[in-house]
Design a protein. Structure first.
Lengths: 114, 144
């Protein structure tokens, strides 16, 4: 994929994540901070489908943005055909791994599998 | 044969915030905050997965984070998040050609038109807003 397209994705995921993370943080402030983190409250959050969907979208957006950012930093440090491929595929694998791990939590709690 | 690598400073050159003004400091802070936020994000995904262990597992992990040290780390995360966001928007606008000045003949002392007061103000605003957000975060977490 062309770097110009990757940067557009990088900026797009950043802007979308800012809006959604703001909602995620504001949800913690609808009640006292400690109260919002109580087990029953967190379970209720996960089992509210629109909110669970938003968490999944945040997970995907931040994983793409975060690991592409890491890739950019590592490519600034050193260049070379093998190195660049290793960094790009390594970041892609880590991104997929994190999305899979986070999705597992969201899906299992949402479906009451705990 | 001439060594073409002699000017490469590697990671030392990348993390050196001196010589090029506040823009260079912003460059370094952007990367440090990005790496910090990625580390926090991975930790947060791992932390929230403890809910799969039931109420006991959740409360045990929560107890680890609801400490003074945990709150201090979260306050730093808030500051990094705000700086990264505000400075990121400045960088995006700059890449889009907003606030970088008009192309002109390079004259002595060769100050780049893009390194102007508007962008410097953007960087200082990002730092100030990050500090304010951190203080607010500390007030919320320690005020209970």
């Amino acid at each position: 994929m062309r770097e110009s397209i990757i940067m557009k994705i990088h900026y797009g995921t950043a802007l979308a994540a800012v809006a959604l993370v703001a909602v995620h943080v504001l949800m913690r402030l609808t009640q006292s901070f400690a109260e919002s983190l109580e087990y029953a409250n967190v379970i209720a959050n996960y089992q509210f489908l629109p909110y669970a969907g938003m968490l999944e979208i945040i997970l995907i957006l931040l994983s793409i943005h975060g690991f592409n950012g890491l890739r950019v930093i590592l490519l600034e440090l050193k260049q070379g055909k093998t190195y660049e491929k290793a960094v790009s595929y390594g970041c892609l694998a880590a991104m997929i791994g994190l999305i899979a791990y986070g999705s597992r939590t969201i899906i299992m709690v949402n479906m009451g599998m705990i | 044969m001439e060594n073409h690598d002699e000017n490469k400073e590697g990671i030392g050159g990348m993390i050196n915030p001196r010589r090029y003004g506040i823009e260079r400091v912003a460059y370094l802070l952007m990367r440090l905050s990005g790496l910090g936020l990625l580390a926090y994000f991975i930790g947060h995904i791992y932390e929230t997965s403890s809910i799969l262990k039931g109420q006991v597992g959740w409360n045990e992990f929560l107890a680890l984070t609801q400490t003074n040290e945990g709150h201090a780390i979260l306050a730093i995360v808030i500051a990094m998040c705000v700086f990264h966001t505000v400075n990121g928007i400045r960088v995006m606008l700059g890449h889009g050609g907003v606030g970088v000045g008009k192309p002109a003949r390079p004259d002595y002392p060769y100050i780049p038109a893009s390194q102007n007061a508007r962008h410097k103000m953007g960087i200082y605003s990002a730092i100030v807003l990050a500090a304010i957000a951190m203080m607010y975060g500390l007030a919320v977490m320690f005020g209970e």
